[in-house]
Design a protein around this ligand. Sequence first.
Ligand SMILES: [Zn+2]
Length: 260
Amino acid sequence: MMKTGLYEDVHYLRTESRLLGIPLTFYVYAVDGLLVDTGPASQREDIIPFLERSAIREVALTHAHEDHCGLAAWIQQNLDVPVYLHEALHAEVGTDARLPLYRKLAWDSRKAFTPRPLPEVFRTPKYRFEILPAPGHTPDHVVLWEKERGWLFTGDFFLGVSQVVAFRGEESGRSIDSLKRLIALGADTLFTAHAGVLTEGTRHLTRRLEFLEELRGKVHELRAEGLSDRAIARRLLPRRKLITLISVGEWSTRHLVRGL
Ligand SMILES: [Zn+2]
């Protein structure tokens, strides 16, 4: 169900897509004219009125997954505001995304758009958002940090404390290094794309770090015993997940083990 709200000075829209009846939640954030991620094209009927109400002047994208930039092309064509994205992803988003069926069903297509390179800092009339690299979920993922307010916009860097499957190519080992850097910031609030607004931000990041370090320790022990990634995944994460089936292996326990 769609919902809008305000946390401190950050406007948010919670919207829900469905994949085979499973709800998929997405949060879009607008603060002082800056939009952080556009949300998926499938939710355009909820998101477009929110964008129009929020008087967006610029758009920062945390990474190029279709649920985060699915409306970037629409925004460029209709609102005439700049869209910023890590330069390494510009070639990828310059053509329409070719997505596996389940992602198309979940989030709809992502049309080609022409972003500008991310600046080091976004300055809005009231705030200053630093762009910080946060590799893990994807290699070029970034987060936005507003130091005075203690706000951290995390995109998909933080999906939850624990995890049983990872996306193909996800580098969970690098997430550990990124988490250590982000914990040092002392964030009060996390604005996450799928889990909403989380107070006590640093506590969530710390619990996430503890979870990943513990799992990595177990992976390394089993690897030292000579087990393959597949065997380690079966031992540590034995329950088969529906998403592995639906995504034809794009999400799996094995990717998590390999990434660690
Ligand atoms: Zn993502």
